[in-house]
Design a protein around this ligand. Sequence first.
Ligand SMILES: Cc1cc2nc3c(=O)[nH]c(=O)nc-3n(C[C@H](O)[C@H](O)[C@H](O)COP(=O)(O)OP(=O)(O)OC[C@H]3O[C@@H](n4cnc5c(N)ncnc54)[C@H](O)[C@@H]3O)c2cc1C
Length: 373
Amino acid sequence: MVFDNESKDLTQDEKFDVAIIGGGPAGCATALSLLKYGYSVVIMEKTDYNNLRVGEILPPKIQVPLSYLGIWKKFLNENNSSPSFTILSSWGKKELHENNFIFNPFGKGWHVNRCQFDAFLAHASESAGSRLYLKAKLVSFNLEDNNWKLKVACDNKLYHFKSRFLIDATGHQSAISLQFNANKIVHDKLIGIVCYLSPNSKMTSDNHLLIEAAECGWWYSAILPDQNIVVAYMTDADIYKHGIKKSTTFWNDELQKTIHTKSRLSSYPTQYILNVYSASSFHLDKVSGKGWLAVGDAAIAFDPLSSQGVWKSLQTGIHAAEAIKKYLENKENPLEEYSTWINKIFCNYLLERQKFYSSEKRWPDSDFWKRRN
Ligand SMILES: Cc1cc2nc3c(=O)[nH]c(=O)nc-3n(C[C@H](O)[C@H](O)[C@H](O)COP(=O)(O)OP(=O)(O)OC[C@H]3O[C@@H](n4cnc5c(N)ncnc54)[C@H](O)[C@@H]3O)c2cc1C
């Protein structure tokens, strides 16, 4: 809620070791890790988790950070996820290739409702001792005598906080880092045009992730725990813009050209509400500075093809907490080491992404594929 009167109900400065802006997976993982070290943490999240959120497919190795954070069993017991045993992909050829998780050391993958999953992480952080402000808006922040002074509007009140460290966990917006003159190095113009559909009748369980390459992008679909299906067309922003100029039903036109995705959707309604999300890969040229750092998508964003966005955000949160601990203990160069580590995982990711995209060669004249090969 936006505050409407600066003089109304001002609270006293309250001091925390670390203030986290953004309560997504990265922010919550950072909070949970810092709490393990005994630091006090405040999270300011601009929503109440009732907004639309994408990124529902979690790989089997998600078990590793969730176990480290002490919430793996809770995640399993919450019953808000459904297991996924297989990825079916038509990539490089028309026929489907089956990748069964039976050979994965961590077993199955998971499909989640992202609002519920993110709210679960936030409430786990709160139960572990974080202070959590929802619908909170950071009004101003500045560094004074090695302490951050933050003004936050929430519930029609203005709160004043002090913290020794500040974290940018605002996702794709990198809202804090950009104010420290960090620049986004953007590697593509990928967007996701996403819709959710309820089945016309009770479905048999086909809880696989389906990926299908197409002439101007690729599709994914997965059944979520509530039995709705998420379907996304991934293409470049300019290709989509050009496509909808020519045909307002571009998304559906492209869907009709697929084989497997079209067939999977045959028992779903044909009325779609589409939401468009930026899904570009990028990294910041600076992910940390005096008393601050960026975690998760705020620092580096991956292509959804990897299904590693959430996993990466949890991992960066865990590593960030270690760096912050060293920083607050006045150890040498922890933030530089964190930045080097972030650069390394982003470089590895770019190599993997290149390898994967270049294995699809069916449309050599398509701009989408030319840009990636
Ligand atoms: C179409 C699409 C499909 C995807 N599919 C997958 C997938 O299947 N699997 C996967 O692992 N990843 C997927 N991803 C990527 C994944 O969603 C992200 O990598 C992941 O959500 C990043 O987590 P995060 O915590 O870093 O950022 P976010 O999840 O973006 O969280 C940021 C949080 O900060 C809050 N916030 C933002 N600005 C402010 C502010 N100024 N003040 C306070 N709070 C703020 C937001 O409300 C949000 O809660 C997909 C992405 C897209 C676009």
